[in-house]
Design a protein around this ligand. Structure first.
Ligand code: NAD
Length: 500
């Protein structure tokens, strides 16, 4: 670390992109076939602030045209055989894997995360396509006799219809595939609106879906800087039957209000405020590694990131020392650098928000152990930061951090930590570290969250029903439940009389 003599700001040496990877990323960008429009917006590399692409800034009228095209294509798709849908998805999965490295380079270029994490996202994101290729031929339904006799109940599942999908910037591939794949498996056409910060991966991966044989117009990508006008127009259109959104709770509430007018099926994956609890009897190494991964994956810009870290008094000093050492050894830099652990934040607003949260915590009495000072640009870098003894009066004890700051509070008893962990309107993820199985399961049952990582910091899986309770969301993505979100359940009551 060096000090800038004119401003006094601390300058951390950032790891520079490996020229070979940078060259390969440039090639992927050059070869991208992107639409053009009369008005366009810039897509930037968050590690350098450079413009890397331009995309059309669509007006609501274009969203309505896309809806018309998807609606038309969806009629045929709804009556294709489950096997045909499965085979198409499987071919898409194969193409995603074939192009895995190019997709990973693109994710890093537009979103910033280290290339190793982008590669992991390609594996995770593609897995949804494979999973729903497998699920497409198991659409569900059942047969039951009327309990009082005289009839048979036949339950069937039908595609819910045209689905509007709105995705955030933090996992540009996985957030798209975990919506598109189940929608297509169920027989629905889709309009997808990616975040303007990271729309390139969506374009690339949807291009591969078309190469895999998805019928023309079935998946429509709309990019716009006026998300509110888009959603108002799209959700008011009577051809749309479903909205699936991943993003902030604030925007989710706006969309639910819009969805109410046409009584749309709604799936909402919203904000988190995950508690991570380390008990005295935890395996120290497992707890430190798990916390590091739950905190630092995606630079902390994940809805299930460990947000409030509670450590029991007996293990606190050893745990905090080991975590601080690991965090301060993490290498920050361009996501295309070799061995880099932490890339840039998505934009300058995120950097300013980190600084404000840290300064406020310190002003309220928290102890800074490492990091804490934004790194001078270009790019939006904030170092791995650990703050201990965070008082509940500090903003960071309540806000979704969305960055590489480990904010630690201490606790004495299980009852006390449970009460503090649940004292939030959010309920997406929670984490428990203990070697006592009874305690782990009892705690997991009592945590008001949709998912719990037990002795591990990366609980997501395409085969698991991901989603939140309380204000963290409605519905689930992944697993069998993810397909339910795109199906209507209907029953036929077949009257019966006589005997053979
Ligand atoms: P955001 O809500 O600002 O944006 C998400 C998407 O919504 C973007 O595509 C954006 O353009 C769009 N959008 C914004 N205003 C809109 C409007 N009025 N109508 C329609 N669309 C609109 O969120 P973000 O900053 O991109 O993402 C971070 C948030 O997402 C965090 O709160 C995080 O926890 C949450 N998130 C949740 C999950 C989950 O699965 N629960 C996953 C990832 C991120």
């Amino acid at each position: 670390m060096t000090t800038d003599l004119t401003t006094g700001a601390q300058r951390t040496e950032l790891a520079a992109a490996n020229p070979e990877h940078a060259h390969a990323a440039d090639r992927v960008l050059r070869d991208l076939e992107l639409p053009t429009g009369p008005v366009e917006f810039d897509v930037r590399n968050p590690a350098t602030d450079e413009v890397i692409a331009k995309l059309p800034d669509a007006e609501p009228a274009e969203a309505l045209e896309a809806i018309a095209g998807a609606d038309e294509a969806g009629r045929d798709w709804a009556v294709t055989s489950p096997r045909q849908r499965a085979d198409t998805l499987r071919r898409w999965y194969d193409l995603l894997l074939e192009h895995a490295e190019d997709i990973a380079l693109l994710i890093t270029r537009e979103m910033g995360k280290p290339l190793a994490e982008s590669r992991a996202e390609v594996t995770y994101g593609s897995d949804f396509v494979r999973w729903y290729a497998e699920q497409a031929v198991r659409p569900g339904g059942n047969v039951r006799d009327v309990p009082a006799g005289g009839g048979t109940l036949l339950t069937r599942r039908a595609p819910v219809g045209l689905s509007v999908l709105i995705t955030p910037w933090n996992f540009p591939l996985a957030m798209a595939t975990r919506k598109i794949a189940p929608a297509l498996a169920a027989g629905c056409p889709v309009i997808i609106k990616p975040a303007t910060l990271t729309p390139l991966t969506t374009h690339y991966s949807v291009g591969l879906a078309y190469r895999a044989g998805v019928p023309e117009n079935l998946i429509q990508v709309i990019t716009t800087t006026n998300a509110a006008a888009f959603s108002e127009a799209a959700l008011a259109d009577p051809r749309v039957r479903k909205v699936s959104f991943t993003g902030s709770t604030e925007v989710g509430k706006v969309l639910l209000r819009l969805a109410a007018d046409n009584v749309l099926r709604s799936s909402m994956e919203l904000g988190g405020n995950a508690p991570l609890i380390v008990f005295d009897d935890a395996d120290l190494e497992r707890a430190v590694n798990g916390t590091y991964s739950a905190k630092m994956r995606n630079g902390g810009q994940s809805c299930i990131a460990a947000n409030r870290i509670y450590v029991q008094d007996g293990i606190a000093d050893a745990f905090i020392e080991a975590l601080t050492e690991k965090m301060s050894n993490a290498i920050t830099g361009d996501g295309l650098a070799d061995n880099v652990d932490l890339g840039p934040l998505i934009d300058g607003r995120a950097g300013a928000s980190m600084q404000r949260l840290v300064d406020d915590a310190v002003a309220h009495g928290a102890r800074m152990l490492t990091g804490g000072q934004a790194i001078v640009g270009p790019g939006n870098f904030f170092p791995p930061t650990v703050i201990d003894q965070v008082p509940t009066t500090a903003d960071i004890a309540h806000s979704e951090i969305f960055g590489p700051i480990a904010a630690i509070q201490r606790f004495s008893t299980q009852a006390e930590v449970l009460q503090r962990a649940n004292a939030t309107e959010f309920g997406l993820a929670g984490y428990v570290f203990t070697e006592n199985l009874d305690r782990a399961l009892n705690l997991a049952d009592a945590l008001q969250t949709g998912l719990v990582g037990i002795n591990q910091g990366a609980p997501s899986n395409a085969a698991a029903p991901f989603g939140g309770v309380k204000q963290s969301g409605l519905g689930r993505e992944g697993s069998d439940e993810g397909l339910d979100e795109y199906q209507e359940i209907r029953f036929y009551n077949i009257a019966r009389r006589g005997t053979a």
